[in-house]
Ligand binder design. Structure first.
Ligand code: F6P
Length: 334
């Protein structure tokens, strides 16, 4: 791996970008990078629209006053995009030429594993130091217990499901609620426990249709008149939420079934205090690491402390579901 830890690498101009799916807390991280850079008397540039903007040369200077009043805002002021051109060597050459023209000598990438993959290749090809900050609501990055946006998204989900529960109880209905998480069940599992869901279906565990049906029958027998089934987008049963609901409705006619897909509202909204503080800590640490000459690492949080993980590991490693939480969810459904 092309990572360095030497203490004598001099940098003067940092660029920051956001890439991949946006997440609450990205703005707070941008703010932190910009202000930390100013604190250390480094120039800071914002790259607009991720790697796509880097190729197009959409790079503007950012000072401490450019990031006023964004700590509380969802989305990303730098915008985000997916770039096919950056996947090509030609595209990356253009991107590097644009950075070079502005004397940018270090990069902070805020995003998920796809964004880190781009950053790592870029570092390997052009020798530019790169530090990653994990920003995705899915929490599916190895090397951090929390990604930016995850805590906010869970709170958004819990708030939404509390409301769904009100109407579910009023009509004695069974609700299937689909939450985000194409490859990871963190949102479903944690917000499922927090919202008191009876069943939680995640990509990491195959509950199986029959077990789901049996479990719902049991809870109906035990006196439950309404229920919430939390389904992660990529749940292992392999059926989409509407197919699941149809199957259960056919086989459990006592229940009136409804489906609610929470969708992209989970990605928006003001970041929670946790995400704002995390973003502020990560941004500062990213700048400090670049100053020290560190490259090819991601800043994460573990046991409440800032930790570093090689980008390669962060990309390849799998963030694991906490089995204790699975157990809690199973017992709480009684
Ligand atoms: O940000 C991650 C994520 O929310 C996934 O859970 C989801 O599958 C995906 O983004 C959808 O993103 P988009 O609609 O931008 O393609």
């Amino acid at each position: 791996m092309n990572s360095t830890d030497s203490a004598d690498v001099k940098i003067s101009n940092i660029a920051v970008l956001t890439s991949g799916g946006d997440a609450p807390g990205m703005n707070a991280a941008i703010r932190s990078v910009v202000r930390s850079a100013a604190f250390y008397k480094l120039n800071c540039f914002g790259v607009y629209r991720g790697y796509e903007g880097m190729i197009k040369g959409s790079i503007l200077p950012l000072g401490p006053r450019s990031v006023n009043n964004i700590i509380n805002k969802g989305g990303t002021i730098l915008k985000s995009a997916r770039s096919n051109e950056f996947r090509t060597k030609e595209g990356r050459k253009k991107a590097f030429a644009n950075l070079h023209q502005k004397n940018i000598d270090a990069l902070v990438v805020i995003g998920g594993d796809g964004s880190f993959t781009g950053g790592l290749i870029f570092q390997q090809e052009f020798g530019i130091p790169v530090i990653g900050i994990p920003g995705t609501i899915d929490n599916d990055i190895y090397g951090t217990s929390h990604t930016l946006g995850y805590d906010t998204a869970m709170n958004t989900v819990v708030e939404a499901v509390d409301k769904i529960r009100d109407t579910a109880i009023s009509h004695n209905r069974l609700f299937f609620v689909e939450v985000m998480g194409r490859d990871a069940g963190h949102i479903a599992l944690n917000s499922g426990i927090g919202a008191g869901a009876e069943e939680i279906l995640i990509p990491e565990e195959d509950m199986g249709l029959d077990r789901l049906l049996e479990s719902l029958k049991r809870s109906k027998k035990s006196g439950k008149l309404s229920s919430i089934v939390m389904v992660a987008e990529g749940d292992k049963i392999g059926k989409n939420v509407f197919e699941l609901a149809e199957y259960i409705e056919e086989n459990l006619p006592d229940y009136e079934v409804r489906v609610s897909v929470l969708g992209h509202m989970q990605r928006g909204g003001a970041p929670s205090c946790f995400d704002r503080v995390l973003a502020s800590r990560m941004g500062l640490r990213a700048v400090e690491e670049l100053r020290k000459g560190t490259s090819g690492y991601m800043v994460g949080i573990g046991d409440g402390k800032m930790i570093l993980t090689p980008l390669e590991k962060a990309i390849k490693g799998k963030s694991k579901i906490d089995n204790e939480l699975v157990r809690v969810s199973e017992i709480m459904r009684l």
